[in-house]
Design a binder for this molecule. Structure first.
Ligand code: HEM
Length: 231
């Protein structure tokens, strides 16, 4: 095997390399979460603004851009989960060897919640894709198309979130996502070497701020529909 390929394999087999991949794919997902939120908030600018944005996403690069983004997202989600599983297994094996019992026990209870919240987020994302992307069973097919002949995403959001159970599920899932982000983004900054022991407090606050904004921004949409603010 050539030496660059050797070093790549060595990197992917090392604990630091795996942590780096989890952090880097986390960064891509954080970028998506911020971008998706910004786009969705256009619902407050009205039907034409949101639908024009949705049409732009679907038509950019003759429809190619959305597929590139989907492949990058899927690859990031798969790698994020796969390398987390590898790291967890290695941690468990180390714990069984009874190294630094106290430290690893503390760390493993934190990572247990990260894994649990991650699995719940995955369940939410599958539901969400079936809901708004595949559009199964929510009655979206019966909505009239928008003035450009596209699916009327604005009306879809209103119809979807008028169901109080659906909205409640979104709010709970977004709370879970925000909790996951508050911990994950701070570890991501450490692994990528962005935060150092001296700046850790600052970056922990940035992580917390980002997760609070994520919660407030995303939940504002179902809540605005349920209260009739967006109608
Ligand atoms: C209130 C919150 C949210 C709203 C209103 C919303 C809205 C939407 C809509 C309308 C679509 C379909 C876009 C289209 O096909 O034109 C969509 C797709 C998607 N959303 Fe969300 N979303 C929300 C939260 C989230 C969250 C929290 C995540 C991730 C954790 C997420 C991940 C995705 C993904 C991966 C897609 C598929 C993109 C694609 O391949 O087309 N969404 N969202």
């Amino acid at each position: 095997m050539s030496s660059p390929a050797n070093s790549l394999c060595g990197f992917l087999a090392s604990s630091i390399g795996r942590k780096w991949i989890v952090a880097f794919t986390g960064l891509i997902l954080v970028g998506f979460i911020a971008g998706h939120l910004t786009g969705n908030l256009l619902v407050f600018a009205g039907q034409d603004a949101l639908n024009a944005y949705a049409a732009f996403l679907h038509n950019f690069l003759h429809g190619g851009a959305i597929w590139i983004a989907r492949c990058v997202l899927l690859g990031s989600v798969v790698a994020h989960i796969y390398f987390t599983i590898l790291l967890t297994r290695a941690n468990r094996a180390a714990r069984e060897q009874r190294y630094a019992v106290e430290v690893t026990q503390k760390a493993s209870s934190g990572s247990k919640w990260m894994i649990l919240s991650g699995l719940l987020i995955l369940t939410f994302v599958i539901f969400h894709l079936l809901h708004y992307t595949v559009r199964v069973g929510a009655g979206f097919q019966d909505l009239p198309l928008d003035s450009e002949g596209h699916f009327d995403v604005y009306r879809m959001l209103i119809l979807g979130f008028s169901n109080v159970w659906v909205s409640t599920f979104y709010v709970i899932s977004i709370a879970m996502l925000s909790w996951h982000l508050s911990h994950g983004v701070s570890s991501m900054f450490q692994t990528l070497g962005i935060s150092t022991p001296n700046t850790r407090q600052l970056f922990d606050r940035i992580a917390l701020g980002f997760s609070v904004l994520t919660f407030a921004g995303y939940t504002s949409i179902p809540l605005a529909v349920l209260t009739g603010w967006v109608a």
